[in-house]
Design a protein around this ligand. Structure first.
Ligand code: GTP
Ligand code: MG
Length: 463
């Protein structure tokens, strides 16, 4: 509960201040006519129980006053001076709106606003419970602690209930929106169902189907959506296994960086000879981290250079200046690892020629993929490689991320064999692969989830 004192020349001005500062729901706790004006003590965010009890107390005081006046006596004259004025009795424990209303009524009756002391009921005597302003203030500071509104448990409960209500409403709206779409645009609903089965994120699928269709023929509409999907996928302009360059593979742990790097090296050396390839690893974080790459290097006849730190990496790059393809393997790090930033900054500074490739598995959950992309964004990867396509149950998730982040797709890998299981990420082939994966998977459409995800998207779009 917040309590504030207002002071003005007259009651109207004081009330205006209350309204401006605390709004119409403010509770008037007391008024006092002072020598130089009027004082109002008002409260907001109050407990209605307290207000009610204050009202009861005031009415009790009024009754007491009446009975005392009937007894008369000498004390009466003495006590009247300190007794609350009629106006005070009427306002204490009421709300701003009540008081404002009474003022207006008084106005209509041409009552003098200043005439606070004109008694409407016999004067009050014997009011031992009458509290002074300072006593009220003191008592109220205690009330703040007991107030239910400040009780965090109550607040938590309230918050939970509000959230529950909100979820329920959203669910109902989403269901209605999806139902409407099925009735009004059954073609689009069918297309969204298909994209959902391919694993596409609802947001991307909605965007992909946002097209004009010449007819209601589902097959031709589907073809149009797939063409749109192909257009949305960005292909990396160069074939690294032909052109070469300085390429660093980055990505989360176990994504397939080293294996993919070995595949690229093997492909390139098959075309141009192993002496045209250099292998560098910056993975010095783990014991025997280079062994896997060294094993591949030995098979291909390519020595592996280790670079610990920026200076060493620059030196290794200088030494490999005559190589057509320089491949840099990096330590796999969780997107939440603090050392990741260090590693990315080292790569950024190593060479202007360096092309960075983000390697991520198609098997990752959407949220993990999202975190990965964000974590490696500091390097602004030039392209990406999608691995483990052979293991995923849908490819739509990885392609959705690629579309949303406008990633340039360089390669995709679909197995552990070196060098066989690597292919250029050609959009048409990726889309066909995406359909093949869906055909083989046992994923089922869930109408409830569909209505929820697409319905809320559609509902939000119309807000
Ligand atoms: N099924 C399948 N497995 C793959 C593919 N690519 C890599 N793997 C396997 O995934 C595992 C991890 O591969 P690595 O190449 O060591 O992954 P990494 O990103 O270098 O791992 P860290 O260096 O530990 O971060 C290995 O068992 C690989 O054989 C793929 O395309 N398909
Ligand atoms: Mg590795």
């Amino acid at each position: 509960m917040k309590i504030k004192r207002f002071f003005a020349n007259d009651m109207r001005q004081a009330l205006r201040q209350v309204r401006e500062v605390m709004g119409p729901d403010a509770a008037i706790l007391s008024t006092d006519k002072l020598e130089d004006g009027v004082e109002i003590i008002a409260a907001m965010d109050y407990d209605s129980k307290i207000l009610a009890s204050s009202r009861r107390e005031q009415s009790h005081m009024a009754k007491q006053a009446v009975s005392s006046s009937q007894t008369g006596g000498r004390e009466l004259a003495e006590e009247t001076a300190s007794a609350p004025t009629t106006y005070e009795k009427r306002v204490a424990g009421t709300t701003y709106e009540d008081l404002a209303h009474r003022l207006a009524v008084d106005d209509a009756q041409d009552a003098e606003l200043d005439d606070f002391d004109t008694p409407e009921v016999p004067p009050v005597v014997n009011a031992p419970h009458r509290e002074s302003t300072s006593a009220i203030r003191q008592a109220l500071s205690g009330l703040k602690i007991e107030s239910n509104f400040g009780d965090s448990k109550t607040m938590d409960q309230l918050r939970e209930e509000m959230q529950g209500l909100r979820d329920l409403m959203e669910q109902r709206f989403a269901g209605l929106a999806w139902g409407n779409l099925e009735n009004n645009s059954p073609l689009r609903a069918s297309l969204l169902r298909r994209l959902d089965l391919l694993g596409f994120e609802a947001e991307v699928a909605t965007h992909l189907t946002d097209l004009e269709f010449a007819s209601n023929d589902l097959d031709s509409a589907w073809q149009k959506v797939l063409n749109n999907l192909v257009d949305q996928l960005k292909e990396y302009p160069e074939d690294l296994t032909s052109h070469g360059g300085i390429v660093a593979l980055v990505g989360p742990t176990g994504a397939g960086k080293t294996t993919t790097l070995a595949k690229l090296a093997a492909r390139f050396s098959m075309k141009h000879g192993s002496e045209s390839v250099a292998l560098i690893t910056t993975d010095c974080y783990r014991i025997a981290a280079h062994e896997q790459l060294r094993a591949y290097g030995r098979i291909m006849g390519i020595p592996v250079r280790v670079a610990e730190g920026l200076q060493a990496l620059r030196e290794q790059l200088n030494e490999a200046a005559d190589k057509r393809l320089v491949l840099i393997d990096t330590a796999g790090m969780s997107q939440r690892d603090n050392r990741l930033r260090e590693q990315l900054s080292m790569l950024r500074q190593a060479s202007d020629q360096l092309q960075s490739m983000l390697v991520f598995p198609a098997t990752s959950q959407a949220l993990v993929l999202e975190e990965t992309i964000e974590a490696f964004d500091a390097l602004s990867p030039d392209g990406c490689m999608i691995t483990k396509v052979d293991e995923c149950t849908s490819l739509g998730g990885a392609l959705s991320v690629a579309i949303r982040h406008q990633l340039s797709l360089a390669f995709m890998t679909d197995g552990q064999r070196v060098p066989e299981d690597i292919h250029r990420a050609v959009p048409v082939e990726l889309v066909n692969r995406c359909i093949d994966v869906a055909k083989q998977s046992s994923n089922e459409l869930n109408e409830e989830v569909l209505a929820k995800t697409y319905g809320s998207l559609i509902a939000n779009a119309h807000r």
